[in-house]
Design a protein around this ligand. Structure first.
Ligand SMILES: C[S@@+](CC[C@H](N)C(=O)[O-])C[C@H]1O[C@@H](n2cnc3c(N)ncnc32)[C@H](O)[C@@H]1O
Length: 105
């Protein structure tokens, strides 16, 4: 689809300026080549009972988030940045008694 001169694709495309994907985040992320992104900005489900979300067990929520983060990290360039919007209070990993980078709190 074109919007003016802008190509908008319903799936990831090297040539498209914009991808508008309707579906599961992993199905989109898996289309993106490794180390292709300079910046990932995401606001995944918070699992805190927002009107638009269905709460799941916390362990299941963490597993979903870990899958998503792993794919985001895979698509990020080595000097890329990941902005992760969360709905739960978080502690810096090192203050929670775990070394930074060892997993989620
Ligand atoms: C915290 S909200 C994001 C709100 C958004 N940042 C905004 O300001 O409107 C999380 C969003 O993730 C979507 N979502 C939930 N599970 C998803 C999945 N498996 N794949 C893609 N999106 C999903 C929900 O529909 C919801 O819109």
């Amino acid at each position: 689809m074109l919007w003016g001169d802008l190509e908008i694709s319903p799936r990831y495309s090297e040539s498209a300026a914009v991808t508008l994907f309707l579906g599961d985040r992993l199905d989109l992320l898996r289309q993106v080549p490794t180390e292709r992104a300079r910046l990932v900005v995401t606001s995944p489900p918070y699992n805190i009972g927002k009107k638009y979300e269905k709460r799941v067990r916390f362990d299941d929520y963490l597993k979903q988030q870990e899958e998503t983060i792993a794919e985001c990290v895979r698509v990020l360039a080595r000097d890329g940045s990941l902005c992760w919007q969360v709905g739960n209070p978080c502690a810096p990993l090192d203050r929670a008694g775990r070394p930074a980078g060892s997993g989620m709190v």
